[in-house]
Ligand binder design. Structure first.
Ligand code: GUN
Length: 288
């Protein structure tokens, strides 16, 4: 068996075109375009590249954008003040604070002070909590993008055994909740898990979100499984590598995401979808 490739670049492109069209419809109705604010603190080179990509996306689909590049020395209080201003800005629907933040900044507290109705990353405890109680509002971007990829496969997820490797706040945990909501039987493997191999070997669906190349050897993959690789690590060869041994896994899986060009572009488009949904008032009656 050779797996079908889940092409995130192609799917994200068609979803961006859809967004562009919906923005044009708003313009034709004299409604304002969606607005996204992105705050980058410091000079992390990878973050600078990600933020540049977000700016390009906003230009392509016609969003108003407000990009702020702040000094790595900014105080917690001043960063919170920037967020408070954006919370009150009626042109801004979405606020994204690029992580990682400098060591002296309390990232959890930064997420807490973002208006949950503008939290287009879907990281705020309010939005995560809504997913827990099966009444989702703004959904975390990487899991949301992955759910779009899974929908594209046409595979019925109900009853599948799913193993998520990694239990981070941004990916692993909300991913497990999304799959639970979709009817999967979910296992979350993490750094204390005793036998990750057996949890992966029995899985119909594997999502690996660790950032460790070679973590998932091809022979762990159950024949016919769906394999989603969130890991993205630059190797000494200068190339980007996922967690999964792609060349071996592609011979066993039914569907597999490449790295790069699988999950990454879907995360970006999910954030743009969230921003439009906020602008359209989709969550207006759900907020406290
Ligand atoms: N850093 C890497 N990916 C992301 C993301 O999706 N959102 C935020 N806020 N920071 C990130």
């Amino acid at each position: 068996m050779t797996a079908k490739i889940l092409d995130g670049n192609a799917l994200a492109k068609s979803l961006r075109q859809e967004l562009r069209q919906r923005v044009n419809e708003r313009i034709n109705k004299n409604l304002r375009v969606p607005g996204l604010a992105v705050i980058l603190v410091g000079n992390d080179p990878a973050s600078e590249i990600y933020v540049k990509g977000k700016r390009r996306d906003c230009e392509e689909i016609g969003y108003h954008s407000n990009f702020q590049h702040l000094s790595s020395n900014i105080s917690q209080q001043d960063l919170e003040a920037h967020i408070a201003t954006l919370n009150g800005d009626p042109r801004i629907d979405g606020i994204l604070v690029q992580s990682p933040l400098p060591e002296h900044i309390d990232e959890g507290r930064i997420i807490d002070v973002i208006d949950p109705g503008k939290d287009v990353d879907g990281f705020h405890p309010f939005n995560v909590g809504r997913l827990v109680v099966r009444r989702p509002t703004i959904r975390s971007c990487t899991p949301k993008g992955i759910m779009s990829l899974l929908e594209f496969t046409g595979v019925n997820l109900r009853g599948l055994d799913a193993t998520v490797i990694g239990a981070s706040n941004h990916v692993g945990r909300p991913m497990g909740l999304e799959l639970l909501l979709a009817g999967c039987t979910v296992t979350t493997a993490h750094k204390f898990t005793r036998d990750t191999a057996s949890r992966v070997r029995s899985a119909d669906l594997v999502v690996s979100a660790v950032g460790k190349p070679g973590l998932v050897p091809g022979d762990w993959i159950k024949p016919g499984a769906i394999v989603i690789d969130v890991g993205i690590t630059r190797g000494e060869d200068g190339k980007l590598h996922g967690d999964v041994d792609f060349d071996a896994a592609v011979k066993r899986a039914a569907w597999i995401t490449p790295v790069p060009g699988g999950v990454g572009p879907m995360t970006r488009v999910a954030m743009l979808q969230n921003t439009l949904a906020v602008a359209e008032g989709e969550f207006a009656n759900t907020l406290p």
